[in-house]
Write a protein that binds this ligand. Structure first.
Ligand code: RP5
Length: 168
């Protein structure tokens, strides 16, 4: 009987709430396009601290190589996860109602010395996925190929814009 081999995720995408999903889905879509295996979960630093602890403590053993953590408001999830694992953590500040994501941004980017968290723009989950791929590309030819193809497409999209502008 043929058994289907389960591919282990390399990227862990986590977020504090399902209200972050719309933004974080942009990261998962980017990974999917490049056939980069990932897992996606809701893990809240303040509502489920034990779950967060377990997630971070088992991440490396489970084969994850990068974690993307999205959180909004007093966004301590990325920093707390980073304090519990040596895997690289990329934080995504999610836009918030009252402060438009400035609270999320500063909570993530202003990590004190010793426990770094890479921080992308407010709602910048695509850049988090690209950065995760760039990290993985150091040891994966197929992911490196995906990243360089993406860059080429960016280049060509600008060239097309230049040509369109010239014609006007
Ligand atoms: C954070 O609180 C989440 O990351 C989310 O951005 C924010 C609001 O969560 P909900 O009240 O929508 O569940 O933990």
């Amino acid at each position: 009987m043929e058994t289907k081999r389960k591919i282990k995720p390399l990227v862990g995408i986590i977020m504090g709430s399902d209200s972050d999903l719309k933004v974080m889905n942009q990261a998962s879509e980017f990974l999917e396009k490049g056939h980069v295996p990932y897992e996606m979960e809701i893990v809240s630093a303040h509502r489920t601290p034990e779950l967060m602890f377990k997630y971070a403590k088992t991440a490396k053993k489970r084969g994850l190589e990068v974690i993307i953590a999205g959180a909004g408001g007093s966004a301590h999830l990325p920093g707390m996860i980073a304090s519990l694992t040596t895997l690289p953590v990329i934080g995504v500040p999610i836009v918030s109602h009252n402060l438009k994501g400035m609270d999320s941004l500063l909570s993530i980017v202003q990590m004190p010395n010793g426990i770094p968290v890479a921080c992308v723009a407010i709602n910048g989950s695509i850049n988090a996925a690209i950065l995760a791929c760039q990290i993985l590309a150091l040891s994966s030819e197929s992911i490196a190929h995906y990243v360089s193809g993406f860059r080429k497409n960016l280049y060509h999209s600008v060239i097309k814009k230049r040509e369109r502008l010239k014609k006007k």
